[in-house]
Write a protein that binds this ligand. Structure first.
Ligand code: SF4
Length: 363
């Protein structure tokens, strides 16, 4: 989706970068659009297809025929993903997983209206979840709103809307962030988290600012972005995005998650925190979240099959079905973040994801 090389400052159009010479062999992203029978003719399907006038549209009975097909090569498909438009089935909202930060919210949900992402992070758990590098969009977002409306009649809700994707990066094509924000306005019992690595400020400026919609920007050191977060904006671009969002009045969360045990991690992460603290007025930040890389056993097994990478091949320790760094390594990373962020943010605005075994070892 990003038109500029890996680590480019913004990502606002729908063509992929030429990362290497072989990339020219790939068709542009979304040059093929599969449309599930049930999704054909629905308003959101029509709107999306109107934005892709050159795409080859291929009807299919079910998105599963394409997305769940065995023996795909997700890493290669990510160079030129197809788009799959489908109708999602209940449940439209899921309880937050134990490996996820709940920010102290009692009723924490996520929704998976889009499956897969235009970015290509080597540590991304989606590689362990899906057989495919293509992107499936469930166009019946209104059914999710109806399900959420029922929940909101009972109690408040905190919903992560950009969970198995990067919804803001896809906004020029899908307009789903604006639909969510429209639903959230005048519903004070609802809080949305929009997590992103996008630095598309033009897209952000077109959205309204709402107290109950948190822009959660994931930040990583530049060497980590270059090595592992392919096609994502640079750290400088993400920090610029954070400042723009703050100046527009967005509640902004900074996410340092996942921290990776890279070579010389202390100086790599210290350099990042120096840049963040120098660039962003931290007093204006709503909160920050920190976590080290962790992944379920099954997902890591599948990720190792489709991608050989320093992240996937690291000798993690298995802790209660979750692969994670040995506690001393995890604690070193977390302590560094706690020290740097604790100096600029009060304790109640800092959220740390720590496994039980990581907490057992005092740094
Ligand atoms: S931006 Fe997030 S969802 Fe997208 S590939 Fe990277 S880790 Fe996965």
């Amino acid at each position: 989706m990003c038109s500029k090389p890996s680590g480019s400052p913004a990502c606002a159009d729908l063509s992929f970068p030429s990362e290497n010479a072989s990339a020219v062999l790939y068709a542009p992203a979304f040059s093929a659009v599969y449309v599930e029978e049930a999704a054909a003719g629905l308003p959101r399907t029509r709107q999306i297809l109107q934005k892709l006038p050159k795409a080859t549209v291929i009807p299919c009975k079910s998105y599963r025929e394409i997305f769940n097909r065995p023996h795909q090569e997700p890493t290669r498909q990510k160079h030129a993903p197809a788009l799959i438009l489908a109708v999602g089935q209940p449940p439209f909202l899921y309880d937050g997983a134990p490996v996820c930060q709940d920010f102290g919210n009692r009723h924490f949900y996520y929704t998976s209206g889009v499956m897969n992402c235009i970015f290509d992070c080597e540590y991304c758990y989606l590689q362990g979840m899906y057989n495919s590098g293509h992107i499936t969009v469930f166009v019946n977002l209104e059914d999710t709103f109806a399900a959420l409306e029922n929940i909101l009649r009972e109690h408040e809700a905190y919903v992560c809307i950009s969970y198995d994707t990067d919804l803001l990066a896809l906004e020029p094509l899908l307009s789903m962030v604006s639909a969510w924000m429209d639903f959230a306005k005048d519903r004070p019992g609802l809080t949305l988290e929009l997590r992103t690595k996008s630095a598309a400020e033009g897209v952000l400026r077109k959205l309204p600012v709402q107290e109950n919609v948190i822009l959660a920007l994931t930040l990583s050191p530049e060497p980590v972005i270059t090595a592992y977060e392919h096609r994502t904006p640079t750290l400088a671009a993400r920090l610029h995005m954070a400042n723009t969002a703050l100046s527009l009045g967005w509640p902004v969360r900074l996410c340092f998650d996942p921290m990776l045990a890279v070579h010389d991690a202390a100086s790599v992460y210290n350099a990042m925190f120096d840049e963040v603290i120098r660039t962003v007025p931290m007093a204006k930040i709503r909160d920050a979240s920190v976590g080290v890389f962790r992944i379920s056993r099954e997902y890591l097994r599948r990720m190792r099959r489709c991608r050989t990478s320093a992240v996937t091949c690291y000798p993690y320790e298995l802790q209660n079905g979750v692969y994670a760094y040995p506690p001393d390594i995890a604690n070193r990373l977390l302590s560094l973040a706690r020290e740097r962020l604790g100096a600029v943010l009060p304790e109640d605005r800092l959220f740390f994801w720590e496994s039980e075994s990581a907490q057992e070892v005092t740094p």
